[in-house]
Design a protein around this ligand. Structure first.
Ligand code: SDX
Length: 440
């Protein structure tokens, strides 16, 4: 076992070094405070591992993303989203029988309790669908569990994967004032979602194959991404033994932020702003570089990928292919490509290793499929669901798992005597100047 040495106040300490299966090196600081009295400080956890995991591997320098060891490029080229859900949650690619049984369960658990339909009426039609999704997912715990003690985790995993797409589609229908379209057992997971989104009672709706394939790809590419902000949130909430629905609901709220999953909505709004502004993308690149401006090139940059995001590469190509197959164009795609070209030649972005991330091109595809901008982050959540579940389950199944409880370094006031209110009032009045009475 390799060791790392630390010297503090003239005393030397040694800590074990863990080397992962992809040669990542981690210094095991689990005994740091007990042996040195000091803690490690790493705001944003950019240099801190919260766990060991066997689910997803990312190499930010090489632009590598693997689910359970399988390269994302190979999975994206030939897997179904249901296969990826099974792979992430249960750790191996399903056999034909396992996949048939798993898909059958997803199909037969896709309805939500009829009473839950009324919840949607309580939200204003303008409610953001991520708020609705987080609230509805937390509400599932009212029907299927009360906590860790009686939770049927395997059944709730199926329920969650099956019902979230129904909740997402219902929230869209509610927002546009159309009747809910119920799940259909004769459709695949992705077809069923698109059917619930776009079918109307007045005429039959057949899901175009190109849209079904595009959705399958989008969901797969978003399915997991190791310890990102929302996944770490899910694991942290799960560490207190909160039930699965409550834990996932917290992840949805974390994903909503514009620095995280909410970026895909912001990217399209940014591209539309550039188009409305005459397509002057250099102006926006310059704004993004201006330290006085808080404008950021949304969809650019990543905490881990410092070369390229393999998902963005796949999505850029898919966006062009899907638009061509649909026989349509999108001026925002050309603006996005020009932004990328200019930024990748600009020293500001090159020096900071800012490249397009998964959110930069995904919105072009969602638009081509007719999905409204406000639903983009819901689509991200739909894809990320199996990853959140897999990571939550990994934490819950760890016999050595403890409740997550980071430490801090305190910089506030040192110990001082409390001042009772009556003294404070007296002291304040002693110091407060009497208002000068101005003659009427
Ligand atoms: C996701 O973690 C994951 O895995 C997330 C995710 C997943 O699958 O779960 O990949 C999904 O969240 C993708 C990221 C989506 N967010 C955005 O596209 C929002 C725009 N990007 C950023 O705000 C930023 O790049 C982050 C939040 C993504 C990463 O931030 P970091 O790593 O903390 O980098 P930073 O904020 O410290 O920035 C470093 C420098 C700064 O400049 P200086 O202070 O050095 O002068 O780069 C600049 C930043 O100002 N910078 C940008 C920029 N992103 C960083 N400048 C302009 N435009 C940007 N987009």
């Amino acid at each position: 076992m390799k060791k790392a040495k630390l010297s503090l106040d003239g005393q030397d300490y040694e800590f074990p070094v863990l080397v992962g299966s992809e040669d990542e090196v981690g210094i095991d600081f689990t005994t740091l405070r007990n042996t040195t009295g000091a803690i490690g400080l790493d705001p944003g956890y950019g240099n801190t591992g919260s766990c060991t995991s066997t689910i997803t591997f990312i190499d930010g320098e090489k632009g590598i993303l693997q689910y359970r060891g399988y390269p994302i490029e190979e999975i994206a080229a030939s897997a179904s989203f249901a296969e990826v859900c099974y792979l992430l949650v249960y750790g191996h690619l399903p056999t034909v029988d396992e996949l048939r049984d798993f898909s059958d369960k997803l199909t037969h658990h896709s309805m939500i309790h009829e009473a839950m339909k009324d919840f949607f009426q309580g939200f204003p039609p303008t409610a953001h669908p991520m708020m609705v999704l987080s609230a509805m997912v937390a509400s599932l715990s009212a029907y299927y569990t009360r906590g860790a003690v009686d939770e049927d985790v395997d059944l709730n995993i199926i329920r969650l994967l099956a019902k979230v797409k129904t909740i997402a589609a219902f929230s869209y229908k509610r927002s546009i004032g159309q009747p809910f379209v119920y799940p259909r057992n004769d459709l695949s997971f992705t077809e069923d979602f698109l059917h619930m989104m776009f079918a109307v009672p007045s005429e039959p709706y057949v899901v175009p194959d190109v849209m079904d394939r595009a959705l399958n790809l989008l969901l797969i590419l978003h399915a997991d991404h190791e310890q990102n902000c929302s996944t770490s949130t899910v694991r942290m909430v799960g560490s207190s033994l909160s039930n699965l629905f409550a834990s996932i609901s917290s992840g949805i709220s974390a994903l909503w932020g514009p620095l995280h999953g909410g970026a895909n909505q912001k990217v399209i709004e940014m591209l539309e702003q550039i188009r409305a502004d005459g397509g002057d993308y250099q102006k926006y690149v310059d704004m993004a570089k201006d330290p006085e401006s808080d404008f950021r090139l949304m969809g650019f940059g990543h905490r881990v990928y410092k070369n390229f995001d393999p998902r963005a590469t796949i999505l850029k190509e898919a966006a062009a292919d899907v638009l061509a197959e649909l026989g349509t164009t999108d001026p925002l795609l050309e603006i996005a490509k020009n932004l990328e070209r200019i930024a990748l030649e600009d020293p500001f972005f090159v020096e900071r290793k800012l490249y397009p991330n998964v959110d930069f091109y995904s919105g072009i595809l969602y638009r081509a499929m007719g999905i409204p901008t406000e639903m983009f982050t819901v689509m991200f959540a739909l894809g990320r669901l199996p990853g959140w579940i897999a990571q939550w389950k990994e934490g819950r199944d760890d016999p050595k798992a403890k409740i997550s409880r980071p430490r801090q370094i305190y910089l506030g006031a040192t110990k001082r005597p409390f001042v009772p209110l009556e003294e404070r009032v007296v002291k304040e009045s002693a110091t407060v100047k009497e208002p000068e009475l101005v003659p009427a």
